[in-house]
Design a protein around this ligand. Structure first.
Ligand code: SF4
Ligand code: SF4
Length: 235
């Protein structure tokens, strides 16, 4: 029920293995011996950590693409967390997914696809009991206060700079088909990361060091000239 920093997590779920190597994220910091790390990846990634944490790899992005056709990971990771912790049963998970998506006004067919996705994610891992782990008092959890238009404090912290290679977060990679592109420049305008530039002829060029793969450009392109393919580095 807390939304804030958790300094000594017993379960850590990492949506992309690239985050394991991001020095400003440090997802393994604070994990105690015996705690569980889940990594959304089909491949084992070398974890440089002397502590005896338990590491599980599963490609839940693949499951999301299979069931709903999008790399939406919150429900998938939520389902994994429910099962890993052993605290939330399958029916409770299904009821919650159904209730939340109904509230959002999704079509019954799409809700059903999300339920099937949650079920497959749930069954893709085993529960891991953390009995006997060191107890950490609640004061290790701190509240992050919303500061209105100023956002939250972390937005100003070190690491949120132009030098940061946010391209490593990408799950889907936008690819521009020059044969279809009319150099209208709409993708250049809409890219929320300003990582599309225009060449001398006005054709767009994507800076993959910064592109997060949000695919706003693909949605806005009137010529459907931008296709997405699964990023090969981490899949
Ligand atoms: S995928 Fe998103 S971040 Fe990448 S170029 Fe397109 S709009 Fe920009
Ligand atoms: S929006 Fe599409 S057609 Fe226009 S410049 Fe970008 S890729 Fe080309």
């Amino acid at each position: 029920m807390e939304r804030g920093h958790i300094f000594n997590p017993n379960y850590v779920l990492v949506t992309s293995p690239s985050l394991l190597f991001d020095p400003t994220v440090k997802p393994l910091d604070g994990m105690v011996e015996g705690s569980v790390l889940f990594v959304n990846s089909s491949k084992d990634v070398p974890i440089v950590d002397s502590k005896k944490i338990r590491v599980i790899y599963r490609d839940v992005t693949d499951l999301a693409l299979k069931h709903v056709g999008k790399d939406i990971l919150s429900a998938t990771m939520g389902a994994v967390a429910c099962k890993l912790s052993g605290l939330i049963g399958l029916q409770s998970l299904v009821d919650s997914v159904s209730e939340e998506l109904e509230e959002l006004g999704l079509e019954p067919e799409l809700i059903e696809k999300n339920i099937q996705l949650a079920k497959e994610c749930y069954s893709s891992v085993e529960s891991i009991s953390l009995c006997g782990l060191e107890y950490r008092p609640l004061h290790n959890v701190v509240e992050v206060r919303y500061m209105g238009e100023r956002g939250i404090p972390d937005l100003l912290s070190m690491g949120n700079t132009a030098l940061r290679k946010t391209g490593s977060w990408r799950v889907l990679k936008p690819l521009i088909d020059r044969n279809l592109c009319t150099a209208c420049g709409i993708c250049y305008i809409y890219c929320p990361e300003s990582c599309i530039s225009l060449d001398e002829q006005g054709y767009p060029l994507i800076n993959y060091d910064s592109c997060k793969g949000c695919l706003v450009c693909a949605v806005e392109c009137p010529m459907k000239a931008i296709k997405a393919e699964r990023e090969s580095v981490w899949s």
